[in-house]
Design a protein around this ligand. Sequence first.
Ligand code: PMP
Length: 361
Amino acid sequence: MTRAFNFSAGPAALPEPVLRQAQEELLEWRGTGASVMELSHRGGEFMEVAARAEADLRSLLTVPDEYRVLFLAGGATTQQALIPLNFAAPGQAADYVVTGHWGRLAVQQAEATVAVNLAADTGPERYVDVPPVAQWRLSEDAAYLHYTDNETIHGVEFEGVPDAGDVPLVADFSSSIASRPLDFSRLAMVYAGAQKNLGPSGIAVAVIRPDLLERTGQPRAPILDYREHARAGSMLNTPATFNWYLAGLVFRWMLDEGGVEEFARRNAEKAALLYAAIDGSGGFYRNDVAPRVRSRMNVPFHLHDRGLDPLFLREATEAGLIGLKGHRALGGMRASIYNAMPVEGVRALAGFMDDFRKRHG
Ligand code: PMP
């Protein structure tokens, strides 16, 4: 059995060297007589894994020293619910820029605990663009502004960190973290579920500027309080130790491969290959996103004849290209090409698309 090129949106492909190392170390981890997932999270061995993972993530993302880095359960969705609870006073407004499905869900998670102001929402135009900041309807005194750096389903990605004035920016980087250099100078919080670029599902990371952690927020249980998690070194309760360990292996792998600058280069090359295959197909394949903001991570596309979808998927699987079925919200196809997807994988997909078009065009 050989491993296929896996274009799944998340859980997504992990780097093969990471899986091999985890396999080798699974039964007995570094002389401890047990698997890493069988060790106490408070023991010296695991504490070292955790500290190493944090240090590597900090260096990978060049996180400023004063920011706190948290490893949390509950995925990105739970962070979307915690953000207003922790950072907005009761009744305060927060601005949300919605450029796709996940931004919309972030609003749903927040609505109960903050007065959501939709500063921009491209839903009526079917989420194919990012409106310029000048068109955003920002509120006077927002607790923060939330946006989604990369919309995993709609394939819309911000060109960079938006310049929206002094309001603290809180950004969902679930599907784009570590895919290119990140400028924290304008970001108050970045969060991401791990299961695309960072590791397996079951763990999320949050990088938070300290002044946000000083906010009173709203009445909440300690387990829903970022300050408590920060104080406890992300070990307020039992963390997802194996996932944390695996994410740590992914961080190491990314650093060894050359860090985010190198992945930015590879990701640009992969995206260019794939969009060229779509745009050069004479309409056989179609991507509707404004070229300026097309995602480098998730490439949704439609075949000109929807009736060919099942055949496309079947033949792709036979060719060793899996995970291409589009999200049910959009239909069609989607190729997710995160850091762990090699350029050869995208070249194979582009070649297959070309061949399929010639046979069925
Ligand atoms: N935000 C984005 C951009 C996502 O892609 C996803 C998951 N696909 C989520 C949030 C939700 O993440 P989780 O399932 O980890 O809660």
